[in-house]
Design a protein around this ligand. Sequence first.
Ligand code: ADP
Length: 788
Amino acid sequence: MLRNNKSSTLTPQECQEFINFPTLLTAIVTPDGKLYKVNEDADPVFGWEPREVLGRPLQDFVHPDDWDETLGTMAGLFLGTKAMVSDFRNRCRQKDGSYRWVNWTAKTRGGFLYAMGTDVTDKVEIEEQLKTQVMVLESISEGVVIYDKDFRILYLNSALEKLFGYEAGEALGQDAMIFNAYKDEDLELISSVVNEALDSDGIWMGEWLNKKKDGTQFMTAARLTLLHSDKKVIVCVLRDITEKKQIQAEQDALQKSLGLAVKVGKVGVWQWVPGSSNVTWNETLEEIYGFLPGTFPGTAEAYTNCIYPDDRDKLWKTVDQAMKEGKSYAFEHRVIHQTSNKIRWVQCSGMCFYDKDGTLVNMMGTSIDITDTKLAGEEQRILAEASEILSESFDYKKTLDKLAEFISRHFCDGCTIDQLHPNGEIERIIVSPLVPEIRKKIIDNHVSYSPDFQQDHPQLTALITGKTQVILDVSKIWSEMRAKHSSNYVDELESLNLNQGIIVRLKGRDNLLGVVTFFNFKGSKFHFEKRHQWLAEELCYRISYSLENSLLYQNSQDAIRARDEFLSIASHELKTPLTSLTLLNNMMKRNTANYPESPESKNTMRLLEAENKQLVRINRLIDDMLDMTRIKAEKLTIHKEDFELNGFVSDVLERFKPQLESVGSDLNSSLSSAITVHADIHRIEQVLVNLLTNAMKYGSGKPVKVEVYNYPTRIKVMVTDRGPGIKHDDIDRIFLRFERAVSNNDVTGLGLGLYISRQIMEQHEGSLTVQSTRGKGSTFIMELPLNP
Ligand code: ADP
């Protein structure tokens, strides 16, 4: 047999230690190829007891097909051409005659061959099996790895190698742990779950955290299948789901923010399978409709019952239409809040979903509580309309009456407005429309409170403190009132069947104006809540403003009336002595003229002329005042006659010329051909003189021009000066009573001339207008129709 002389044998103890080495097979073979020692652990696998094999030639136990290779390998070792062999594989015979594959690691020492073997039958069988399947596994895009029972890598396809970044065959034979990215504690837990599933069902599916060769972690969807339950070979198919996970995470985030938006935005979400009774609501929708979480019955009928009866038909018609046309819809309707029984407004939107055959399978939508917006809109509408009513006229009793009626239709059952007069008296000026007997009681009732009222009273408290009194349940204040007021009075109030009240003070800029009381009766369709205080106060703010303006207007009207009355009386009273004075002046002038040579006479005559001028001026002022009062009383008289206009104008200019010249103004005129007009010659003269006087007063001593133009149907007389002109904004105003565009210090005047002149021209069916350019002068134009 083969002998190796180079090494010495092991000591008996070393031999024993080797044999007991904890591996499946250990054997010592003599140089002549006989089994010298074998370990006892091999017995259960191979069936031999050591004593049955010891001393027998090795050839008895090796498969004939493998014997040549086995012998060759042993020869190499004994002859020293090989120092050691590992991974040498042959089939060894079991006692029952069958063979098992054994992988050997062997070495010679002291002429003996020391060999350690591992039973690799399973592995070899799988490898054999895989040889046929490898083609298939290599062609699939998912990564496939096959582990043996100890989770050693028996096979991995190229897709998996690529996935984990390993070179071809690099990971073969390694532990599954090279792919693991879990921390120990997590791995323990996950492994136990996986093993349990494999033991019970032979399969486990889930997500697995992996580690690439370069340490990068990534998630895969994993499917582990126990291929041979007895041999525990595990086939693991892995699919990279990193991207999917990212998308999922994004979707989750989106879903989360959507969910949040739905929650924060208080969006109710619903779903309904048309034709069925199956309605699903989210919690927000339950809240909107007043259901406790999870208590909505989930039926179409329950849903319909929550809809305000008047809106049901319209809602279902809208839904039907949407289903028919496959369109989405949005609809505002009222619902009955199931907890409070109050009516709320909801905006409901819906969408239809169809399957690929076009059959309607589902409807989904949202509902939002829009009560506050609706109410705010309604409140704004009430305020806008109230403002409009209040601005209709300065007759405040009329407008307040109309407003109270409007308020009683849109805000409450009724209201009263109590006006506080400057003398402290409180007058109930408005009681909104009510049945007569209640109306009477309410009118009478206010007598029971006034500023000198000794006891607390809601209206008085509001008036004095300015604090709005909101009484949401009137019945609660009766006993309090009884303690302070006569029982008759409270009985009377109580008999009005009042339920609620809001009392707001009316206040002007500097003074108190009164109190408004808004009220509802028991069983009313109106119901005050705390928030209605705002609307009540806003209404009263507008009432105060309007009332104050009306009162101011009324006061100014009264003042104007008083002034006109005074002017009328004063001018009449002044006219008589003035006429006497003028007559006296004329007489004195005549007498003085009788002594033309006397120096005193000349002096006296100058003084009388000066006095006459002033008398003429005063006369004109008083005439203006009288005319103004006549115009106001529509008593300005016009006596028309035919006269030739150009000659008339020429005469007036001739008379006026000296006056103009006295202030340094030249008078130029351009008259037309003779034309007869039918007019009040004195009044037309009054107008022309007035315009010339103004040209003299405001014309800055510059030339004044008078032109007359004839047209087929009218004539125009124009007076132009080169004074400072009139501001555009003042042009309309200067034709009104007492309106002036200069300060009284600059040029004196009453501001009546143009007013009277325009009235005169209008009474002639003509007109008086002005064209003016600042800094350049003004042209006043009298127009008269011909043959009126
Ligand atoms: P009075 O001259 O007494 O003020 P009028 O009614 O005649 O009253 O005129 C009203 C106002 O119109 C005058 O106060 C003046 O401001 C303006 N006005 C009238 N005529 C002229 C004018 N020719 N040029 C500039 N302003 C004028």
